[in-house]
Design a protein around this ligand. Sequence first.
Ligand code: NAD
Length: 262
Amino acid sequence: MSSLAGKAAVVTGSTSGIGLAYARALARAGANIVLNGMGEPADIEKERSGIEREFGVKAVHSPADMTRPDEIEQMVRLGEKTLGSVDILINNAGIQFVSPVEEFPLDKWDAIIAINLSSAFHAIRAAVPGMKARGWGRIINTASAHSLVASPFKSAYVAAKHGIAGLTKTVALELATHKITCNAISPGYVWTPLVERQVPDTMKARNMTKEEVIKDVMLLAQPTKEFVTVEQVAALAVYLCGDEASQITGANLSIDGGWTAA
Ligand code: NAD
């Protein structure tokens, strides 16, 4: 793995799941970290101080709410002020809601578009001037297999993830001559709190048991019949941050057990 010593990374939604794995993997590769996300303050502090202790890097937490453009900008400024720069931006915060389209709650639609799509735009907007000034940057957006294919009852999520795939390509083209790459990572099902929370709604929407949702919806989608792990997703992000990946930009890389090949 490439060394990211001396780089600073902002990882949104990194108090849990895939985001926490990104933060730990980037720290292991030497990067200082801005953690972001919600949770019990004591749990977040435990992760933050644990990263500092285990990997010998600096880690700070930004409580920025990804529905708030002003707080997203403050998160990037916190990184620049306390870590000296923001060289790596991983847009990862996300929520999910499962419902038939005609019953889809309006507040859930707005929240999913704000957190899963607009927050990435705001964070990119705030971080790019510094990256351009330093002549180096890595932007990674966590998309999803749902940026390529749809599933019933996930209208807002699928729309947001298709949106982030388009944002990724556009930003990559704009920044291509600045040594700043922008890529999307599209995981299939990864067993995280987000996936666990969607099981009851999927049971209701599809009239299935929990075991049927896991076997006949989630794992049925993935030809390997296995969940992807958070560590596997994080390893791909570390690779994309290295100099070996400088010619990969505008890509949407699937890590989905073959789901979108099917
Ligand atoms: P998770 O629920 O474990 O983590 C989500 C993170 O986002 C948490 O840190 C949470 O605090 C944060 N978050 C949520 N709302 C926020 C807000 N308003 N402001 C700031 N932070 C907020 O979920 P996960 O599965 O690790 O998901 C991470 C990303 O990966 C999401 O974008 C998700 O869509 C994507 N993804 C997940 C899977 C999967 O199967 N788990 C598959 C494909 C893509």
